[in-house]
Ligand binder design. Structure first.
Ligand code: CP
Length: 309
């Protein structure tokens, strides 16, 4: 088996190969076993210093990376743009170079601009993990999503996955597409036509506008939040109408004659894209996704650190 990742940074799923994913999953299997022990910590990254550099809000990703770093015994510093000298006009590159001057080995970065981590990777020597760049990619989310499907259904290949909701503004959707293609799942999207990018059909992704038909087709429903913070236009009349026509609720789930797995990357807007009786039902693996995020991020940082000279 491949023992090293083929990449120096985790910028996106697009840059990964199938063997990289297998290696990350097998490493995450081991770390998942570790974090379920009474002593949840290993010394694997004892001499590595990692900075979490967040220019956008986050709960799950940020805490999950920090916990993963602590479980690996790395030294951790946290940067949040809202309370930093970015507010005084400092550039992204100056900010990161100042952090690196403190002898930091790896940067985990979330940024609202598409391509910000790719830009950084051309200008700094430290390793970079993309924790979400604008509407582009969120690679560790796609890794934990597919790891969770594999855990629940045995494998991802051949499974039918439908991504519901705001595809247009979603970095999770794009990373999921790259991932499902690589692993051989069938992919569909479902939502208002205004929130489905025009390029979708060229990628060979099925489009279904009827939520019930999409649910009847899929084994896994990955439900996305409406990203109002990224919408400059009105893409549908009101949240009430969205919930009525595109929200996933219990009567809808009960009306289809099969068991499907419900996923959501979070944060959830209860009562909009998903109702509480679905989010909290036995169909839902939403909190398993969160738990798996720690093991996946441990695996990614452990494997990248193995490439530090
Ligand atoms: N899934 C996800 O990226 O959540 P946060 O924005 O809370 O990190």
């Amino acid at each position: 088996m491949q023992k090293q990742l083929s990449v120096n940074h985790l910028l996106g799923i697009k840059e990964l190969q199938k063997d990289d994913i297998q290696l990350i999953f097998e490493t995450a299997d081991n770390f998942k076993e570790v974090i379920n022990r009474p002593i949840k910590k290993v010394p694997s990254l004892r001499d590595v210093t990692i900075a979490n550099v967040f220019f956008e809000n986050s709960t799950r990703t940020r805490l999950s990376f920090e916990l993963a770093q602590k479980r690996l015994s790395a030294d951790v510093i946290n940067f949040s743009s809202s309370s930093s000298s970015v507010k005084k006009g400092e550039t992204l590159l100056d900010t990161v170079n100042n952090i690196l001057a403190m002898k930091v080995d790896m940067i985990v970065m979330r940024h609202s601009s598409v391509g910000a981590p790719h830009f950084l990777s051309k200008h700094i020597s430290a390793q970079i993990v993309n924790a979400g760049d604008g509407t582009h990619e969120h690679p560790t989310q796609a890794l934990l999503d597919c790891f969770s499907i594999r855990e629940k259904l045995g494998e991802v290949a051949g499974k039918k996955v439908c991504i519901f909701g705001d595809i247009l503004h979603s970095r999770v959707a794009l990373s999921n597409f790259f991932f499902f293609f690589l692993l051989g799942a069938e992919v569909m999207v479902c939502g208002p036509i205004t929130l489905i990018p025009k390029y979708i059909k060229e990628l060979g992704i099925k489009v279904e506008l009827d939520v019930k038909k999409a649910l009847e087709w899929c084994d896994v429903a990955n439900i996305l939040r409406i990203q109002l913070e990224r919408q400059q236009l009105k893409y549908f009349p009101s949240l009430r109408e969205y919930a009525l026509y595109y929200g996933i609720n219990k009567p809808l789930l009960d009306s289809i004659n099969k068991e499907i797995v419900i996923m959501h990357p979070g944060p959830i807007n209860r009562g909009v894209e998903i109702t509480s009786d679905v989010a909290d039902s036995h169909h839902s693996i939403i909190l398993d996704q969160v738990q798996n995020g720690v093991a996946i991020r441990m695996a990614v940082m452990f494997l990248l650190a193995g490439r530090i000279n």
